[in-house]
Design a protein. Structure first.
Length: 300
C-alpha cells in the first residue's frame, strides 16, 4: 500500500513538474535562444562553407578539387602552401601588401578623423553641401578614377613605387568613415573641449590628446574597413605595378596563378587562404570595437 501511495504521488506531481520545467525553460528567453541557435547554425555553416572549402582546397590536388565538395582532403598536400609562398613569390607580395596597407591606414585614419571632427563639432557655411558632395562620391565607380589617379601619382614622381601605391590606396572620400567619426564626435559633451581650451590647448592638441582617444571604437572600425579595402584591392595595384612585377600586392600576385592555358587551382586556393588569414585575425581582434563604433555613430 505504501508503494502504491508513493507511485500515485509521483504521478500526481508529474504534470506540475513538467509545467515548472517548461516555465523555467521559457523564462528569460532561453527557449527562444535555443530555437534561434538551431535555426542559425545551418545558415551560418552555409554562409562560411565557401571559405572552409577554399581552405580545404589549399590542401588538395587540382584533380581532387573538382572531384566533389568534401571539406576533408583524401590526400592532404601542405606543400601547396610552401610552393605558393616561395615559387609564386607570395612571400614578397605579402610583405608589399603589409607595407601598402599599414601606410594607407595611417594616412586615412589621420585624414578622416580630422574631417569627421570638423564636421561633427563645428558649424560653418556650406557644411551640408560638403556632406552631399561626399555622399555623391559613393556612386562613382573606382574604374572611372583610375586614369586621374595614375596621372597624379606619375606627376608626383611616385610611379612604379610602393609609396605611389600606398598614396593611391589612401585616396578617395571615404564617406562611411568620415560620417562615422562625425556622428561619434557630435555626441561627445562639449564641456571637455571647452575645459581644454581654457587650459590653453589649441585645436590640434584638443583633437589629438582628448577627442581622438575617446573615439577608439570608430578608430577600430576605420582600421578594419581600410584594412579590408587595401588588402583586397586589385585594380589600383595592378595598374601602378605593371612595369615592376616585384611590387605586386597579394591580390595581383594571386591572379598570376591563372595562365593562358592552365590554372593552378590548388596553388591559388593556398595563396588565397594565406591572403585572407590576416583579415580574419584582425576582425576577430577588433570586432567588439567595430560593433561599438557602428552603434555609437548611428545612435548619435
Amino acid at each position: 500500500m505504501a508503494f502504491q501511495s508513493v507511485s500515485r504521488q509521483e504521478i500526481v506531481r508529474q504534470p506540475g513538474d513538467t509545467r515548472r520545467w517548461w516555465k523555467s525553460l521559457t523564462r528569460g528567453g532561453r527557449l527562444r535562444a535555443i530555437i534561434t541557435t538551431l535555426i542559425l547554425l545551418p545558415i551560418g555553416f552555409g554562409w562560411i562553407y565557401p571559405f572552409l572549402w577554399m581552405v580545404s582546397a589549399g590542401f588538395k590536388s587540382s584533380s581532387e578539387i573538382f572531384a566533389g565538395l568534401s571539406l576533408i582532403p583524401s590526400d592532404p598536400q601542405p606543400s601547396n602552401f610552401s610552393r605558393a609562398w616561395t615559387e609564386a613569390r607570395i612571400g614578397e607580395y605579402f610583405l608589399n601588401t603589409v607595407i601598402v596597407t599599414v601606410g594607407s591606414i595611417a594616412i586615412v585614419l589621420v585624414s578622416v578623423s580630422m574631417i569627421g571632427y570638423v564636421l561633427g563639432r563645428y558649424q560653418f557655411p556650406g557644411k551640408k553641401l560638403i556632406i552631399v558632395l561626399f555622399a555623391i562620391t559613393v556612386f562613382l565607380p573606382e574604374g572611372y578614377t583610375i586614369i586621374p589617379i595614375f596621372e597624379l601619382v606619375n606627376r608626383l614622381g611616385l610611379a612604379n613605387s610602393l609609396a605611389g601605391v600606398t598614396l593611391a590606396q589612401a585616396g578617395g572620400a571615404h564617406v562611411v568613415m568620415v560620417l562615422l567619426f562625425a556622428g561619434y564626435f557630435a555626441q561627445l559633451p562639449r564641456e571637455m573641449e571647452e575645459a581644454a581650451v581654457v587650459d590653453g590647448a589649441g585645436f590640434v592638441r584638443v583633437f589629438w590628446e582628448i577627442m581622438l582617444p575617446l573615439a577608439k571604437p570608430v578608430v577600430a572600425t576605420t582600421i578594419i574597413l581600410q584594412f579590408m579595402h587595401s588588402w583586397n584591392s586589385f585594380l589600383i595595384p595592378l595598374v601602378l605595378t605593371l612595369s615592376r612585377p616585384e611590387l605586386r600586392t597579394l591580390a595581383v600576385g594571386i591572379y598570376a596563378f591563372q595562365g593562358e592555358f592552365f590554372t593552378d587551382w590548388s596553388g591559388m586556393a593556398a595563396a588565397a587562404t594565406i591572403s585572407l588569414a590576416p583579415i580574419v585575425i584582425v576582425f576577430l581582434l577588433l570586432q567588439r570595437y567595430f560593433v561599438e563604433g557602428i552603434a555609437g555613430a548611428v545612435k548619435s
